[in-house]
Design a protein around this ligand. Sequence first.
Ligand code: SF4
Length: 271
Amino acid sequence: MGAFTSCPLAFRFSYVQRLPEPPSAPASKGTLVHRALELLLDRPGPQRTLTAALADLDRAAAELAAHPEFSGLDLGAEELERFRSDAEKLVRNYFELEDPAGVRPIGLEIKLDAKLDGVVIRGIIDRLELDADGELVISDYKTGNTPSERWEEQSLAGVHLYALLCEQNFGRRPARVQLLYLSKPEAIIARPSEGSVRSVVSKSKAIMMAVERACSRDDFRPRPSALCDFCSFREFCPSYGGDPAEAEVVMRQRAEAAVERPPLSLPLTVA
Ligand code: SF4
């Protein structure tokens, strides 16, 4: 839903045509840090130390090394070192946000779905936990930059949707949803209410109707924004003089021609 709202044309390339995209270092770094924190939170509380987290980062890097999202990254030695140290900094920053020893997770990377008027909504929740009062809390790790105050509300849309998924699956609305921005580090917290859930339902329905309309008319228009700088399909975008009809053949040929790279070998972290 976020992808369609940002740019319907980029959504079509990614989710309707399912064109292969080259991996991006920021997204791969996010995957790596998410996996490291999943491994950390899977440990018993007293074992969730910084030393353990850095070992989990190494373990996550070894696990993911052969995945195309990592092996396909074209990084020189210096960029590789920066990639590793940035990931380590994000893990270290996490400890400034909370003491993981006190967190009571009841689900990590859990996949939930729910039906809204016949449309299935799916989400993957980084962490579902219980607070001191036994209430549900949803936590979502973010490895990108903290949004400005103007975009704070919008950045919470995803976790409000997860609150709806929880309510439909477990019959309980979470008492708190939180975005843990690891780069600053900073936590953005909201308390879901009847009104916020109603609003997320009506917005989700409106977006899904817009997606269905765009699909039935094959009408996906470009929506230029700052995100264009990171768009894999910019050369095929009419807003930049490209032809969308060429994307299918070119992107698939590029993916097929991509040489198989060896697994990505990150330098080990130092506790
Ligand atoms: S370059 Fe911008 S407007 Fe064009 S498809 Fe990509 S995100 Fe959309």
